[in-house]
Design a protein around this ligand. Structure first.
Ligand code: FES
Length: 251
């Protein structure tokens, strides 16, 4: 059940010019209360004029502290990047569904792009996955983070090229049973096409503009296949995790 709480910003860490991490200390001690991999919170910006909330995936939970990795991508996230330690922040969550629990013997690939890194970081650490390989892609060295295989469009770090090209190459010589992914829609669509040829199940964490974050406004609907044709589902409540084969990516 989601709940609203006020935490205190205890640390703000700059990763680079585009990304930062907020550590928010709460009054709750149990990890399971605060969220599962794939879930997100709606963060309210203190003293921001319209009390706007921004949906942000959980990056890390340690005891009573929850961390969010955030990309500066507009007025709201820029505002969050300028908060000072000690400020009180109202957060609402955990929201949305969660990634499935990986089977211990399954060979697993994690594939992220850009800020899609955050939920997969939580996923990998939460389940302490040793049988996984993590690929991450970004435009340049400012958009990539620590993982097993890094891809940049401009070759400024890791392997030059798209992470989806890396996936095709990887699958030529490795058996993979499940892919967990989060990132730009175009990247996840391509991952699903490639995975489909290899009969690999994909769990994709979708990103959509969200207003309420609780399944009320229907501002975040996507088309999901069903037996007849398709139905609309909300990314914030029914998702954000969907099976890749169910998503109608072109809409
Ligand atoms: Fe309102 Fe999803 S954001 S229904």
């Amino acid at each position: 059940m989601p709940f609203e709480m006020t935490g205190v910003l205890v640390t703000k860490s700059k990763i680079n010019n585009n990304y930062f991490i907020l550590d928010i200390k709460t009054q709750y001690k149990l990890n399971s209360h605060l969220g599962k991999p794939g879930q997100f919170y709606e963060i309210q910006m203190p003293d921001f004029p319209n009390k706007l909330r921004i949906p942000i995936s959980i990056f890390k939970i340690e005891k009573d502290t929850i961390s969010f990795m955030i990309k500066i991508a507009g007025q709201g996230t820029d505002y969050l990047s300028k908060l000072e330690n000690g400020v009180k922040i109202n957060i609402l969550g955990p929201l949305g569904n969660e990634f499935s629990i990986p089977e211990t013997k399954q060979s697993i690939l994690l594939i992220s792009g850009g800020i899609g890194y955050a939920p997969l970081f939580f996923f990998k650490n939460h389940f302490n996955l040793s049988n996984s390989v993590w690929m991450h892609g970004g435009r340049n060295s400012e958009e990539v983070f620590n993982c097993d295989l890094v891809y940049t469009d401009d070759g400024s770090e890791g392997i030059k090229g798209y992470v989806t090209e890396g996936l095709e190459e990887y699958l030529d010589s490795h058996l993979v049973e499940r892919i967990y992914t989060c990132g730009p829609k175009i990247m996840m669509k391509r991952i699903c096409e490639i995975a489909y040829k290899h009969q690999i199940k994909v769990e994709a964490s979708l990103e959509e503009y969200m207003a309420c974050g609780m399944g009320v406004c229907y501002g975040c609907v996507v088309k999901i296949k069903n037996d007849q044709d398709f139905q609309y589902k909300t990314v914030c409540k029914d998702g954000p995790i969907f099976l890749g084969e169910e998503v109608i990516w072109d809409e």
